[in-house]
Structures are given as C-alpha cells and as structure tokens.
Design a protein around this ligand. Sequence first.
Ligand SMILES: *Cc1c(COP(=O)(O)O)cnc(C)c1O
Length: 347
Amino acid sequence: MGVLKHYRELLPVTDKTPAVNLEEGMTPLIYLPRVSERLGIKLYGKFEGCNPSGSFKDRGMVLAVAKALEEGKRAVICASTGNTSASAAAYAASQGIPCFVLLPAGKVALGKLAQALMYGAKVIAVKGNFDRALELARDGAEKTGCAMVNSVNPYRLIGQRSGAWEICDVLGHAPDWHAIPVGNAGNISAYWAGYNEYHKLGKINALPKMMGFQAEGAAPLVYNKPCPNPETIATAIRIGNPVSAHLARAAVSESGGEFNAVTDEQILEAQRILAAEGGVFAEPASCAPLAGLLKLKRSGRLPEGITVTMILTGNGLKDPDTAMSQVGRPIEINDTLDDLMRVLEGK
Ligand SMILES: *Cc1c(COP(=O)(O)O)cnc(C)c1O
C-alpha cells in the first residue's frame, strides 16, 4: 500500500497531501543463515533493493514529492550520487512534473544513470564532486522555486524512519545492533529517530546500537574531519562532507554505537559473500556494513549471538560494471553434449 498509507498516523500526511504511491517500503527482512554462521550472530539483511527504484531513497522521496505538490511546487531538483536522482525522477514521472538532477560527471553507476534518463529527468553532469553538485542544486532551487529533494529536505528523513518501524514490526523488537552504510548520513539519523519514536510509543523496549560504516577513502565521520577528495568504488557513499553529520554523530553516541571504516577491497569481498552465501545481490555501498561486521569479527569485537540488522540500501543490478570487474566470465562451449559434460563433471 506504500509508505504514506501504511504509516499515515506517524507521518505528516493530511487530507490535503496527494496520495503519491509507487508501493515503496515493506521490503523483505531476510535472515541470512550461512552468513550468520560465519559471523556467529543472527544476521538479517533488509533488502531495500526491492523498492520501486531499487534503493531506500524511495521511502523519503515519496513523502518529499507529496509535500512539494501539497505546497504548490511544480518541479523537483536534487544532487545525487545516483540513487536519489533515480528515485526523484521516478516519483516526478509518476506525478507528471519535471525533475532536474545534478550528478558528479563520470562517477555514477550505469544502472542509476539509465534509470534517471528513462524516467525522463533532465540529467546534468557536473564537472565536480557530489558535495559541489549539492551546493549548486541548493542555489538552483532557491533561484527557481523548484522543490529541493535532497536529504536536507526534512520530509526525506521523516519518510525514511519507516525502515526502522518495519524492522520492529517484523522482529517484534529492535535488533541489538543496527549496521548501516553512511554517506550523507541521513539514513542512519532517520533510523535512529524511527527507533526512538517506536520506543516512546512503547512498541519496543530497547534501542539498538547504531553502527555506521564508511568507505576508507570517504570516511569523514570515522576520522572526524571533512574529506575534500572522497574516493571509493562504493559511489553511493562517496561523500566527503555529510550534510547530516551532526545527527549521525548524535545517533552513534546516544546509542553507544560507533563509526568504522572499511576498504574498497573489504567492501567487494563482502559483496561477493552476501551474494554467494546469502543469495542477495546488493550494490557496493550496501555491503559496507557486512564488510565492517567481518572486520569486527576478525578483531574479536563482534559479540557472539547478537541480533544484527543491516540495511542493504540498494540493488546490485544498479552497478553491473563493478560487479563484472570482480567475477569471472561465463564458460563458453560448443553446442555439444560432450562439451557440456566436460564442464558438468569438472574436467
Ligand atoms: C544514499 C545511499 C547511501 C547513503 O545514505 P546516506 O543517507 O546518504 O548516508 C548508502 N547506500 C546507498 C545504496 C544509497 O543510495
């Protein structure tokens, strides 16, 4: 039924709010037995790749676009590492309004670019990094009156709280640890707010530790200083100066959690393990939490038996190039049974 309808009581939705809906949310919380065993914990992946545009961004975008329309705005603009633009473009298309997206030139995964273009957005490649594109988008929004739908838009983070509510609704309680990739730091902040809201409502009686994972080359929250030239294959978290840094720091310190950095190599290893032992294909950024859990396990800092939810923020199909650079090629054979048998018998 979509996030606006399902969590109407908890969201700023009124009779005047247009019923925007692409059936986002209600994504599967997948228990991962083989990966759990490897780590000695109970590990669930919330597969946000099942959202309509293939990432968690849809949870907040649906509300941001609905409120923009309610306020009389007739176009949306955003800067994006890819998924925000795909999501904004999808919801704008569904409502028949223009969407302008600013992307760091050459640094967006192929699937995401294809999505924004297919949904009919005006795609603008900025010769600069994400942080610069965001500044430009803000200025452009101010000058034109377009609705700015980056996570500086408060409705984005409010809509994203729905992920935490779904986890609690499914588990019947909060996890011990909540592991999540951190880029612009909106999602970790939204989840923390969501858990706290459920706690206040008495729907859960304990809160999780918030464990935020960044890529080593783009880890301003881990090292406590902006990173002027962020670099990582996990393009969705290639951000050097997170807009919601203050909220994310509060989430981590209030919950007794931590920020941790993982290398690109560790992210790619985690992506393969998640796919080959979990049966779930998530994009590189989404695999930073699993990379982090593996790292904590190796250093003896992962408590035995705890329940961990990790947010698999985006679909692996969005970034086929990175995946294909990691794996082998198909085995080519002639169209004979002999050739096939050689492969099946491992000769
Ligand atoms: C946006 C995004 C992130 C980072 O989320 P923030 O709210 O910016 O911290 C992580 N993974 C994917 C796939 C994303 O699209």
